[in-house]
Every structure is written in C-alpha cells, then in structure tokens.
Design a protein around this ligand. Structure first.
Ligand code: C2E
Ligand code: MG
Ligand code: MG
Ligand code: MG
Length: 278
C-alpha cells in the first residue's frame, strides 16, 4: 500500500517537474533575445538616510518586460540567467547602464547620490570581473566610491577564496561592498572580519514583522549592533510601515529602503519625485 502511495507521489512530482522544465525552456529561449530586443529595464528604489530623511542612493533592480507575458520578476529569471550563463552579459549590461544613469544624475546636481548594483556570485568567478568594473567606471567617468556592489552571504561562501580576492580588488578600486539578505545565509559570522565589507543589509524577512514578532526584533537589534560595533553601515530593506520605521529609528539603523518610501520605479519617475534636475 505504501509503495503504491509513493509511486503516485513520484508520478505527480515528475509531471510537475516536466511542466516546470517546459516553462523554463521557453523562458530561457526568450531570455537569450531579451537583451538584444531591449526588453530589460532597470528600475530604481530609493535608499533613505535615517537622520536627514533624504535620498542618499538607489538600488538598481532589473525588470524583464516580456512581449507577451508582461513584467517578469527577477526572482523568476535571474536563476535562469545564472543556469545559462546569461547572467554574465546581463550583469555587465546592468552595471554599465546603472553607472551611466548615476553619472547623469550626478551631473544634474545630485552630486553625492550612490548606486547599488546586485552582482551574482557567478560574476565573481569571471577572471575579468575587476577589469570590467574598472573599465565601466572609467568609461562613464564615475568616482568608484559611489558604486556599491551587493552580494548575498550564500554567494560569498560558494567560492570563498576567489570571491574574497575579487572583493579586495574591488575595494582597492574604491568601490563599496554590501552584504545583501544578511542573516538568511548559511555562513558563519567569522567571515565578516576577513571580508572587506562596508555595509550589511538586513533581510526583509526580519523587518516584515519586526514590530509584532519579538524574535525578529531581537535578530534585527543584533544585526544593527553588530554592524555598529564592526563600524559598518546598516541598511534595513523591506520597510513597509511607519511602525517599522519608528522601531528602526529608535535603534539607530542608518539607512532604510522599502515600499514605505517607494517601490522600485522607472528612472524618469525617480527623477521627478526625488532628484534635482537641470
Ligand atoms: P534584493 O537585492 O534583496 O532586492 C530587494 C527586493 O525586495 C527587490 O525585489 C525589491 O523590489 C523588494 N522590496 C523592496 N522593498 C520592499 C518592501 O518594502 N516590501 C517587499 N515585500 N519587498 C520589497 P525584486 O526587485 O523582485 O528583486 C528580487 C531579487 O532579484 C533581488 O533581491 C536580487 O537578489 C535579484 N536581482 C534584481 N536585480 C538584479 C540584477 O541586476 N542582478 C542580479 N544578479 N540580481 C538581481
Ligand atoms: Mg540587493
Ligand atoms: Mg535583499
Ligand atoms: Mg533577495
């Protein structure tokens, strides 16, 4: 009887898998063309300085506007881009365009605005990552300290040696580095003292019910204190409510990001709402 049951489960699992494979093969083929067809768009989400309550930077978040499927979330296509290696040209495109955009905004008078760009761990395995970043900064004529690279904990531990070397080289260029989704990874805290890090981003899963859930409050408190003691900036992501904001302010969290301030929006909208223009 139990054999029969597991047989059924297996069959069910198999159909579900092959449906998903079909779906991802279709997406994969479409993604190959997305870059050339100009279907990729960068949205920007403001990062707010807690003390001055002003915008100090933006995070570049990639969007895929599929001709028939509409907007596809990066959570759905970044994994495919990573499996196929497309993340390499796509990642370079994002970095280049985000830096160009920032330079334009700085030239319009937003002189100290920063740009955060998410990098995949796979990009850190490329031999020429640092040369690529350096080349873009030079082409765009952007001062390196305004570029902040975000990398998740799990991406770091996948390839510690190579990643650490590249992070150090990027730091030497003057670029800043933030650990994204901090607290959700499998790494030990020990790496914080060896890696050249400038900021921790508290994962939004902790912020989500930081006011109601004492465990999340404790974790958030601990991350903020850890960052302060290590002399790192700390950014709370996923701030959606005034209560969350108050909590974070009372703990001296230095930077905030979330729907409470703004969703990720198009460049033109960001300009109108948050930036100085010429
Ligand atoms: P992430 O870097 O941790 O980005 C934060 C995500 O949280 C974004 O989702 C953002 O839209 C969302 N978010 C911001 N504020 C709030 C809030 O208040 N509430 C909620 N519920 N969500 C909020 P998004 O844009 O869907 O991106 C998902 C992930 O995809 C990113 O997580 C990042 O890991 C990856 N990603 C996005 N763009 C790129 C890219 O250009 N390159 C790479 N390698 N990964 C990217
Ligand atoms: Mg990020
Ligand atoms: Mg994050
Ligand atoms: Mg994430």
């Amino acid at each position: 009887k139990s054999k029969e049951k597991s047989g059924t489960h297996y069959h069910f699992f198999e159909t579900e898998m092959s449906d998903r494979n079909m779906e991802s093969i279709k997406l994969e083929n479409a993604l190959y063309k997305a870059l050339d067809n100009e279907e990729l768009v960068i949205y920007y989400q403001p990062q707010i300085d807690s003390r001055s309550e002003t915008i100090i930077g933006v995070e570049a978040l990639l969007r895929w506007i599929h001709p028939t499927e509409g907007m596809i979330s990066p959570a759905d296509f970044i994994p495919i881009a990573e499996e196929t290696g497309l993340i390499i040209p796509i990642g370079e495109w994002v970095l280049k365009n985000a830096c160009k955009q920032l330079k334009e905004w700085q030239d319009q008078g937003n002189t100290s605005l920063c740009m955060s760009v998410n990098l995949s761990g796979l990009q850190f395995e490329e031999d020429d990552l640092v040369i690529m970043v350096k080349g873009i900064l030079e082409d765009v004529n952007l001062a390196p300290e305004f570029l902040h690279i975000e990398l998740t904990e799990n991406q770091i531990i996948k390839n510690t040696e190579i990643t650490m070397r590249k992070m150090k080289q990027l730091k030497d260029l003057g670029v800043k580095i933030a650990i994204d989704d901090f607290g959700t990874g499998y790494s030990s805290l020990g790496y914080l003292k060896n890696f050249p890090i400038d900021a921790l981003k508290i994962d939004k899963s902790f912020i989500q019910d930081v006011v109601e859930d004492s465990d999340n409050a404790a974790i958030t408190n601990t991350i903020i204190t850890l960052a302060q003691n290590l002399n790192l900036n700390v950014i709370a992501e996923g701030v959606e409510t005034e209560e969350q904001l108050e909590f974070l302010l009372s703990r001296n969290c230095s930077i905030m990001q979330g729907f409470f301030f703004s969703r990720p929006i198009k460049a033109e909208e960001l300009e109108k709402k948050y930036l100085r223009g010429l």
